[in-house]
Design a protein around this ligand. Sequence first.
Ligand SMILES: NC(=O)C1=CN([C@@H]2O[C@H](COP(=O)(O)OP(=O)(O)OC[C@H]3O[C@@H](n4cnc5c(N)ncnc54)[C@H](O)[C@@H]3O)[C@@H](O)[C@H]2O)C=CC1
Ligand SMILES: O=C(CO)COP(=O)(O)O
Length: 331
Amino acid sequence: MRMSYQRISVIGGGSWGIALASAAKRAGRDVILWTRSQQDADILDRKRESSRLPGATIDSDIAITADLTKAAQCDAMLLVVPAQALREVALSLAPVIAPDTPVLACAKGIERGTRKFMTEVIVETAPKAAPGILSGPSFASDVVRGLPTAVTLAARDEKTASALAHALGSATFRPYHSTDLRGVEIGGAAKNVLAIAAGIVSGRGLGASAAAALTTRGFAELTRFGRALGAKPETLTGLSGLGDLILTCSTPQSRNFSLGLALGQGLSPLEAIAKTSLAEGVYTAAVLNDMAREHNVDMPIVAAVADVVEGQASVDEAISRLLTRPFRAEG
Ligand SMILES: NC(=O)C1=CN([C@@H]2O[C@H](COP(=O)(O)OP(=O)(O)OC[C@H]3O[C@@H](n4cnc5c(N)ncnc54)[C@H](O)[C@@H]3O)[C@@H](O)[C@H]2O)C=CC1
Ligand SMILES: O=C(CO)COP(=O)(O)O
């Protein structure tokens, strides 16, 4: 088992990929950033900035390539493409990556159709890799500027998780290690759906008390679902669960919150999606709702968001449904 992770490859040249590449560089690693087209690689390499992260500069020592075989020459890899694209990218990587290389999913979502979590997709597509996940309250625009951030980094065994956290960590980017892959990926996937609900509350002008109630009851749903699927309680109350839920339910800086805000202000789902860049909760809502039903977990807020984004209910119908639920014991 390799325990020195000097060469880090970041697969995905979007905002989170660039931010994580910058964090790894700041931690003293040799970093390769892979983008899906040669044209993207050339532009990023020449300009050393991206329209997705205005004002940020990409360190000149970060190598940028569109060659996957070159990017696979690494000690650990971060997969930073949208959740629904992770399978396609991991499949291309599988033949070129060395056995036992840690491959950390950095996307937040559940695969539609298969109902698989991100590390399950890695296990299926690249079975020789060592799967892991990195998730937590962290906006790319904060991380790229070197503002203090803390995340959870999970791998199957503690030594690997700890060594990776040391390799990527610095004073301003602080990964806490864990072996609870499932708990970490549930938090990241569920909070995006709940953040859409929080945005709707804000966009509809329902008030700060309703916002606090929504986030708290949303956390109850996330916890119920996590427990049913074997997550550890401390993961759900940690950075990748409660921490990320608090962040994304509290500010339009979150794309999921801002999509909800647009829905709450009266835009249709199609208009809101067109107006916002990647909001993963849109793609996770229905699959999370289906999985909750399958596992007999009550997730009324998630069901309401799924119905709204899939066009099955209006915002007002969804709100009314939630507010007229029977009174019950807290829990
Ligand atoms: N932006 C942020 O602050 C954070 C984002 N994340 C997560 O990171 C993931 C990626 O998000 P962002 O980087 O923000 O999105 P983005 O939209 O800025 O970038 C996505 C990147 O993936 C590439 N891509 C899309 N489909 C692809 C495919 N089929 N094959 C190869 N590359 C493909 C795009 O070209 C783009 O470079 C999401 O799951 C998001 O939830 C997690 C934490 C923070
Ligand atoms: O995951 C994130 C912060 O932790 C980013 O949130 P959004 O995808 O909603 O912008």
